[in-house]
Design a protein around this ligand. Structure first.
Ligand code: ADP
Length: 256
């Protein structure tokens, strides 16, 4: 059974200033354990796609199933990471990570052990008692990922999580996320507008058109894991990145 299935999904926002056709119709599936990257230009409906997959927003047409169940409201078995980390400044790092455990009434000691283990996997165990405002942007996102994974969700949805970071920190976050995925074995939906990031992190890339976002291409990324950052210079990697870029040039998203 597929983890996530979109069938003829379409989303229109109805607003006083005029309706916005944001997404689709779009159909695709994510297999269990797979990392699917969705890459597309700003405003093409990527965040909309993630929100409706998580049941945080409704669809205008079509259906979405997660683990065989029709999505009709917020789904439980998913951790979500947004571009803004949404950490609570008045709680320490570990208490931010433990927040989902409180909301789900998970055993406190087990949750704390899991939280510390995740902070270690993400390289920020030494900062467990610090406060978010004491951390760099990259470290804050590490904490946000730990929080998203606390309750061992089957799925992790990430919406441009590294877009606000500088280029080197972003590269490092790509490596770290890949390591954590190997340990946690979580089905992942990764939204990005970076071609390199999409190819480096994923097993498959969906290339989206400009709004309303539709699928221009669906590309298998065959490279073995763990992946070195230098993979990005290999000819086969460059060829996939080129294939994606050409779609954006053909459709006028990239010019020059
Ligand atoms: P992306 O994540 O690819 O940048 P979004 O999914 O955020 O795109 O948005 C797709 C389109 O839908 C954009 O034109 C955006 O302005 C519009 N949109 C998003 N959310 C709303 C909303 N709540 N009401 C009206 N329009 C919206």
């Amino acid at each position: 059974m597929n983890a996530v299935v979109f069938t003829d999904v379409q989303k229109t926002y109805y607003a006083n200033q005029g309706d916005v056709d944001a997404l689709g119709p779009i159909s695709f599936a994510i297999e269990p354990g797979e990392t699917l990257a969705v890459v597309g230009p700003s405003g093409c409906g990527k965040s909309t796609l993630l929100r409706i997959a998580a049941g945080l927003d409704d669809v205008s047409a079509g259906t979405i199933t997660v683990a065989g169940q029709l999505v009709g409201g917020p789904i439980a078995d998913v951790g979500i990471v947004f571009q803004r980390d949404l950490l609570l400044d008045w709680r320490s790092v570990i208490d931010n990570v433990l927040l989902p455990a409180e909301l789900k009434s998970m055993d406190r000691n087990a949750a704390r052990r899991r939280g510390i283990q995740l902070l270690a996997e993400l390289g920020v165990a030494d900062f467990a008692r610090r406060y978010p405002w004491e951390l760099s942007g990259g470290m804050r996102q590490r904490v946000a990922i730990a929080r998203a994974l606390l309750c061992k969700p089957k799925m992790l949805f990430l919406d441009e999580p590294f877009s606000a970071l500088d280029a080197l920190t972003r590269d490092q976050m790509n490596v770290t996320l890949q390591q954590v995925q190997a340990t946690e074995r979580v089905t992942t939906l990764f939204i990005t507008h970076s071609i390199m990031e999409a190819v480096y992190l994923s097993d498959r890339v969906i290339v989206m058109s400009a709004r309303p976002g539709r699928i221009l291409d669906d590309i298998v990324v065959p490279f073995a894991r763990p992946r070195r950052l230098s993979l990005r210079e290999d000819l086969a990697f460059v060829e996939i990145a080129r294939r994606i870029r050409v779609h954006f040039e053909r459709t006028g998203v990239l010019v020059g």
